[in-house]
Design a protein around this ligand. Structure first.
Ligand SMILES: *Cc1c(COP(=O)(O)O)cnc(C)c1O
Length: 392
């Protein structure tokens, strides 16, 4: 018999009762250092005093009104995102997949508005992850996610991540956009190199295509810049963000240039909850914190410290660890073998991490993590690798 809760997840046998900064406390009372951060969501850790206070204050005033009325805090957050990015305009929704969907509609409507509605196909990268709706699993293109849900939504082609020749060769009369994650998350922290992004920008400009970045995981400070593509000189035309922007409150956003969004007119798109007052009170406070002097520098410092420590561990435990890669606090620890035993061992020793593709253990600490907690994590990793080395 099926369980009351639809059994779509493989869950670890643990539940939490409360969180504080980078720590989680289980219902059994055990303390864990949370280097999952809700898969990059709890950017400011758990129960951040300013987020708690913003949510509490807003909860007493107004939760929800519908987008048939003006929502001043939504306007304000849009203006701040525009001021701090390539974009001219922002649509708010509640998740990463919805932010992607808005991006797909932005792309299609752009060409429709330009009198070229036959251009609707998007070239995506292999091993991409863009969400679990019908259109986003088609964009991801991974067989294991499409299986059982076919036919796949039409309009997505796939080429090798990092492969400009394949990208060029895949362009046809119907191609509208190029889509990648500047740092692939689920695939195992694969970073797009600057010359790759530069090449995509050039190809997009040459063929009149839109460049669409999925920064749902790598955006909002995760790599030590507000957006990951800022590490390069390349800007997209459309970008999806979510995860870290709400710090744990469900918020997604689709950012675009005015030209890219030429088809997004009144009545073209909507979301009942998107950008409601409760969500915007929290997301504006996340922005307040992230835009403060030193916040992103802290992420870069902590990222460098973590990476340096992990490089030493890779050298010390070659039978368990094969390498480390990533940017800022978006780090992938490549395992010599199946990473699941290591993830289990780490959890047993009080450190929570996330599985990713390519035998990778993902480390996504809250961006407020301090040096002492990086040291604590490295000590647990060292101990766990030593235990695992002995076990095998
Ligand atoms: C998590 C994620 C998504 C999907 O976000 P949801 O909020 O789960 O819909 C899309 N793209 C990337 C890169 C992600 O990491």
């Amino acid at each position: 018999m099926i369980s009351a809760l639809m059994p779509t997840y493989g869950r670890a046998d643990i539940a939490f009762d409360r969180g504080e900064g980078p720590y989680l406390f289980s219902t059994e009372g055990a303390r864990y250092l949370d280097f999952t951060a809700g898969i990059g969501v709890n950017s400011l850790g758990h129960a951040h005093p300013r987020l708690v206070s913003a949510l509490g204050a807003q909860a007493k005033k107004l939760w929800h009104t519908s987008n048939m009325f003006h929502i001043p805090d939504q306007q304000r957050l849009a203006e701040r995102l525009v001021a701090h990015s390539f974009a001219d305009t922002v649509f708010f929704c509640n998740s990463g997949a919805e932010a992607m969907e808005c991006g797909f509609k932005t792309v299609r409507s752009h060409f429709d508005a330009a009198g070229d509605p036959g251009r609707y196909r998007i070239i995506c990268a292999d091993q991409a992850f863009h969400g679990r709706t019908l259109a986003t699993i088609a964009a991801g293109g991974q067989e294991k996610m499409l299986k059982g849900f076919e036919p796949a939504v039409d309009g997505f082609d796939h080429v090798g991540f990092g492969n400009l020749n394949e990208t060029r060769a895949a362009i046809g009369d119907q191609t509208a956009a190029l889509l990648i994650e500047p740092v692939q998350g689920e695939a195992g922290i694969r970073t797009a190199q600057e010359d790759y992004l530069q090449g995509l920008r050039e190809i997009a400009d040459e063929y009149g295509l839109l460049l669409f970045f999925d920064e749902v995981q790598c955006g909002m400070g995760r790599t030590g810049k507000l957006f990951a593509h800022e590490w390069t000189g390349v800007t997209p035309d459309v970008m999806a963000v979510a995860k870290g922007i709400g710090g744990g409150f469900p918020v997604g956003a689709c950012l675009a240039t005015g030209d890219a969004a030429s088809g997004m007119v009144p009545g073209s798109h909507g979301s009942t909850y998107g950008g409601n007052p409760l969500a915007m009170a929290v997301a504006n406070t996340v922005m307040d914190v992230m835009l403060e002097d030193g916040f992103l520098a802290h992420v870069r410092d902590m990222g460098a410290k973590l990476l340096a420590g992990l490089e030493k561990l890779v050298a010390a435990h070659p039978s368990v660890l094969a390498g480390v890669r990533g940017m800022g606090l978006m780090i992938g620890l490549v395992c010599a073998d199946d990473p699941k035993p290591l993830i289990g061992k780490l959890r047993g020793n009080g450190l929570l991490t996330v599985l990713a593709g390519g035998n990778v253990v993902r480390l996504l600490p809250p961006l407020i993590t301090q040096g002492a907690q990086i040291d604590e994590a490295l000590a647990i990793l060292d101990e766990s690798c030593a235990q695992l080395g002995k076990d095998s």
